[in-house]
Design a protein around this ligand. Structure first.
Ligand SMILES: [Zn+2]
Length: 63
């Protein structure tokens, strides 16, 4: 099973669906962290992963 099919099956999100109605295509697989950081910086996106938080139930009260 392809990774996109797995994501759709688990998260109900079609990661290859484009807002224009077309289908996205994978053009590269970048695993070099320095390159990834450079791309994220260029796009103005966060370069650090979000902090890991504990799982909580839907009714969890933060107060
Ligand atoms: Zn498109």
């Amino acid at each position: 099973m392809r990774w996109a099919q797995l994501l759709r099956r688990i998260y109900l999100v079609d990661v290859l669906a484009c807002p224009c109605g077309g289908r996205r295509a994978i053009v590269a697989d970048i695993s070099d962290s320095e390159v990834v950081v450079a791309i994220l910086a260029h796009l103005g996106l966060p370069m650090e992963a979000p902090p890991i938080a504990r799982a909580r139930s839907p009714g969890f009260d933060f107060t």
